[in-house]
Design a protein around this ligand. Structure first.
Ligand code: ATP
Ligand code: MG
Length: 234
């Protein structure tokens, strides 16, 4: 079976700024991978390059069997890859339910429907007809995850989903990510909170200066946590 996501020696730019340097990264079906690294190393740029928001000028991106010489957000969704963006980007003048429906727009048919999302996140059903941005930060993150699931992806890219959230909410989200992965959806979790990474991911890729500089298995133990933290220490 081909990888869900395969970046091979990718070079990416914003204008003339060269951000990703021969970056290679693979996610297999059902895998839970963490992408870690300090602020500014290029983690979001990896996501942006897959969506075509940063320009791909070297190397290859493949989603399943399909090569994307000119990536676009709808091409990613059609090929089973969706993004929960950094900062969540809930649409302010749409209700919770309308935000969810938006997620299905470029997506695929599959098991995830509005009732299924409400089963996973009962709070979203309670707030179905309120504006998405009236939710708390943690609830908005659930909405962003629900919206991504509505596209019935085989891989979800989560860009710092717990940034700015209280520890109890981070724990809840960790359980939700595991529940989603247990149903067969692969995860690429971009995260600065290594105690969440050890609870969710089975493999990590560590970035520095626009490249993947280390990778390995994640071990859910104090030693495993220390190994990961070494990659994000200033
Ligand atoms: N639109 C842009 N135009 C030019 N440079 C940018 C743009 N967006 C980001 N950069 C630069 O690209 C580099 C990588 O940024 P990126 O956002 O990918 O880092 P990151 O690893 O996601 O950081 P963080 O952990 O803070 O989210 C940084 O030096 C940043 O200043
Ligand atoms: Mg980022």
């Amino acid at each position: 079976m081909s990888a869900l996501l395969n970046l091979e020696q990718v070079d990416a730019f914003y204008g003339s700024a060269h951000i990703l340097h021969r970056l290679s990264l693979t996610v297999q079906p059902g895998e839970r991978v963490a992408l870690i690294g300090r602020n500014g190393v290029g983690k979001t740029t990896v996501v942006n390059t897959i969506l075509g928001l940063a320009s791909l000028r070297g190397g290859r991106i493949r989603l399943g069997a399909r090569e994307l010489p000119r990536p676009r957000p709808y091409l990613a969704a059609q090929n089973g890859v969706v993004v929960v963006p950094q900062g969540r980007r809930i649409v302010a003048n749409l209700t919770v339910e309308e935000n969810l429906l938006l997620g299905a727009a470029n997506g695929r048919k599959g098991p995830w429907t509005v009732p299924e999302i409400y089963r996973l996140f009962p709070i979203l059903q309670e707030r179905a007809h309120t504006p998405g941005t009236a939710l708390s930060g943690g609830q908005q993150q659930m909405l962003a995850v629900g919206r991504a699931l509505m596209a019935n992806p085989s891989l979800i890219l989560l860009d710092e989903p717990t940034e700015g959230l209280a520890p109890v909410i981070v724990d809840q989200l960790g359980q939700i990510f595991n529940a989603v992965a247990d149903q067969g959806t692969a995860l690429l979790l971009i995260e600065q909170n290594m105690s969440l990474v050890v609870r969710v991911a089975e493999r990590y890729c560590a970035m520095a200066k626009g490249s993947v500089v280390a990778q390995g298995r994640v071990e859910n133990s104090p030693a495993g946590l220390r190994d990961l933290e070494a990659h994000v220490m200033v």
